[in-house]
Design a protein around this ligand. Structure first.
Ligand SMILES: Cc1cc2nc3c(=O)[nH]c(=O)nc-3n(C[C@H](O)[C@H](O)[C@H](O)COP(=O)(O)OP(=O)(O)OC[C@H]3O[C@@H](n4cnc5c(N)ncnc54)[C@H](O)[C@@H]3O)c2cc1C
Length: 486
């Protein structure tokens, strides 16, 4: 067992991977100004595991040695509580909310672990690989991310069962004694600075036999020959950190990952040419990772609430009952996420693989409640911060010796000096109005699948029978025809 340090993590990225960003092909990605801030945030997470004050929260002793807490599969409620504590501690230490930093994505492998028996029945060839990889990630302390989404192309063709060589979907082009060779593409946040990804088929119609060539899942090392990382630019690059404190530290770079005949060794193949496996995976993939994701949404709610409250306090508005009411809406939003997370642990369920899952219905409905109300809460925070959010001049200009006295006059209030007042407004602007703020809202809309898949997950995990029974009894309906066909 070897817990990596931040420095070791940064050096490990120098493995010859092919990365393109800002119009250039880059060499040492940890040094690149668009990628460096988020790589430093991940490096900080690795370093936290070695610090005395965090050791008990960020790491755990297992029979195989000490591993990162985020990589320990949950077997008890105490494990789930410890995961929550770990994620909250990391985000609080970083001072911002990051999503795709390893602990959220690892849960997808635990879903596969649960699926072993079913996958074994379908095809026993690969189940040993799943166990080996789960063990390998924690043993080598790897940064593991998730690749689901292909640039899907013309869906009318795919759904009509005409998927052929013209499709964009990632597929196997060759099988040989070393492994499978795949071509295609995936969108993947953090791929350029991660070690490996669990690559799997995207949301589609996986009952259609013509989809068989696309029905494979595997682990891909992010430095594999034939892999090209085409990154979007950073929202924080060339920005002043005082004006854009979030964009310049926490922008998680997304990648269009091209697989140009990439060899995936057999030991990395987790399922292959198998529609049933895909159906199973697509149904269960977020049963653990949604927990870590919703913890992030809780911290995002905290940021909205804290920003609104500090501003209302600065401007003396907290004394007005109507403003208190608006703040209370943010409190209710925050607490409803908290309640779903807390209840999901206290009502946790045993999985088919013998692990302990957060209560699935409470977790998925919590995810929907957090995401579907997010825009309203964002807008309410905007409203509470007021128009200065948008009209405040930048940090360089307000320091100009000929204007500073006016800034001091008009931005100092109620025990707050102009420097702190403008810092709060810059933070609020980056949280709510900047290009990175908009990007983040889009990420939250689509992370772990678009809204319709999240509603499906909640529908599939809620037991409708008690409600049916209650109404049957109340309305005196005992006919067989009253059975709901789902
Ligand atoms: C910032 C960001 C980061 C991302 N990071 C990752 C990542 O790390 N890994 C990853 O795998 N993916 C990632 N994604 C991709 C994300 O998961 C997809 O965008 C999402 O799954 C939707 O797929 P799509 O964009 O192809 O939209 P489409 O499939 O084209 O769907 C667009 C819309 O059409 C409607 N729609 C489509 N099909 C149906 C249907 N069957 N029923 C009802 N409505 C339907 C919905 O309104 C849907 O939102 C990221 C996306 C964003 C924005």
């Amino acid at each position: 067992m070897a817990l990596m340090t931040g420095q070791e993590y940064m050096e490990s990225l120098n493995d010859g991977r092919e990365v393109y960003i800002d119009g250039e092909k880059i060499q040492n990605i940890a040094e690149h100004p668009s990628l460096r801030p988020i790589i430093e945030a991940k490096a900080r997470m690795y370093d936290m595991n070695h610090e005395e004050k965090y050791k008990n929260i960020c790491t755990v002793d297992t029979s195989d040695g000490t591993i990162c807490r985020g990589y320990k599969m949950p077997e008890t409620k105490a494990d789930l509580k410890a995961i929550r504590k770990y994620v909250e501690t990391v985000l609080d230490d970083l001072g911002g909310v990051v999503y795709r930093v390893g602990d959220e994505t690892i849960g997808e492998m635990w879903s596969l672990y649960d699926a072993q028996e079913s996958l074994n029945e379908i095809d026993p060839t690969y189940t040993e690989n799943i166990k080996n990889h789960i063990e390998r990630i924690s043993r080598l302390d790897l940064f593991h991310v998730s690749a689901n989404t292909d640039p899907k192309g013309d869906r009318s063709k795919l759904f009509a069962g005409k998927a052929g060589s013209d499709t964009n979907l990632l597929h196997v082009v060759e099988e040989n004694d070393r492994g499978i060779v795949v071509s295609g593409a995936k969108f993947e946040t953090a791929a350029a600075y991660a070690h490996q990804a669990f690559v799997k088929p995207t949301i589609s119609n996986w009952t259609d036999e013509s989809m068989l060539p696309y029905a494979s899942g595997f682990i891909c090392d992010m430095g594999s020959p034939g892999l090209k990382h085409i990154c979007r630019t950073s929202h924080g690059r060339n920005q002043n950190p005082i004006d854009y404190p979030i964009s310049t530290q926490f922008d998680e770079i997304d990648t269009l990952l091209i697989f140009d005949k990439v060899l995936i060794p057999w030991e990395n193949v987790l399922f292959h040419n198998n529609l049933k496996s895909v159906q199973f995976i697509r149904k269960t993939v977020h049963r653990y990772s949604a927990f870590n994701y919703v913890i992030r949404l809780l911290r995002r709610a905290d940021l909205l609430l804290g920003t609104a409250v500090l501003n209302a306090e600065q401007t003396g508005l907290t004394k007005i009952p109507a403003v208190q009411e608006k703040i209370t809406k943010l409190i209710c939003y925050r607490e409803s996420i908290n309640a779903h997370l807390t209840a999901a642990v206290s009502e946790a369920e045993e999985s088919s693989g013998g692990l302990l899952m957060p209560n699935q219905s409470l977790l998925y409905t919590g995810r929907i409640q957090a995401i579907s109300n997010f825009n309203d809460m964002l807008h309410l925070t905007r409203e509470l911060v007021g128009g200065q959010l948008a009209v405040t001049p930048d940090s360089m200009t307000i320091q100009h010796p000929e204007v500073k006295e006016y800034i001091d006059k008009y931005y100092s209030l109620a025990g707050w000096d102009a420097e702190d007042r403008t810092k709060l407004l810059f933070f609020a602007r980056d949280l709510l109005n900047s290009s990175r703020g908009g990007h983040q809202t889009t990420f939250e809309l689509f992370a772990q699948g678009p809204p319709f898949t999240q509603y499906q997950a909640a529908f599939n995990n809620f037991d409708l029978e008690p409600s049916r029974q209650m109404v049957r009894k109340a309305a005196n309906i005992f006919s067989e025809k009253a059975e709901l066909q789902v």
